[in-house]
Design a binder for this molecule. Sequence first.
Ligand code: ADP
Ligand code: ADP
Length: 237
Amino acid sequence: MIEFKDVSKVYPNGTVGLNNINLTIEPGEFVVIVGLSGAGKSTMLRSINRLHDISKGEIIINGKSITKAKGKDLLRIRRDIGMIFQNFNLVKRSTVLRNVLSGRVGYHSTLRTILGLFPKKDVELSLNALKRVNIMDKAYTRADQLSGGQQQRVSIARALAQEAKIILADEPVASLDPLTTRQVMDDLQRINQELGITTIVNLHFIDLAREYATRIIGVRAGEVVFDGPTAEATDDV
Ligand code: ADP
Ligand code: ADP
């Protein structure tokens, strides 16, 4: 469960990113956050795994405050959260398998991961993750040899190898064509349904949100202007 309690985020230059957000997301939900560019979608997602600190309030993840967590506790909470970005964030010159294995980093000592000494179990988990998104045949291909859609599927596999319980996807299809967009959204949906991974996706198209979300959160100027089942969302949420 993810809980926002009176969460505000003001950037150092004074811009208000989020203004007093209160909401709860239950395990297994497929939530799409919609809103125009600059509405606060990304600020909201980045607050959940504390890619940045919030200015006020608290965020609770599965009963633990990520806002107050330090050191190992923070790492342990973060290990449950996989992040997917618009630009994939892969190591371009590494193989697909190496990129997916990097999802295992949080489970081992730094030295072990610097040396690239991942146990067999990690390789198995990574190959299974690639199988789930149908690109196991690309395991030994360099990441930058893949199409955008394939690269995004690799980043989904990385979150699966991480054994994430929550996936945060920040505009995951913004740089993809319509067909590839559907393939990536289908993968996210399938994983949500098969594995029960709580999924929160930022999108700026309400039509796409309607197709995939079970719940839509509409944001505007840092505030929640709609929060409810997809069927109740109007075009101007
Ligand atoms: P969205 O993801 O919906 O496009 P963002 O969360 O990125 O919106 O941005 C919300 C608001 O915060 C916008 O006004 C944006 O300009 C501002 N903002 C985002 N990141 C920063 C930053 N690092 N410094 C200052 N302002 C920022
Ligand atoms: P997807 O179904 O993921 O969109 P495409 O149909 O675009 O994939 O790609 C088909 C094939 O072309 C893939 O095997 C991919 O590796 C290759 N390919 C696509 N884009 C590039 C690129 N920019 N550089 C090298 N190979 C590419």
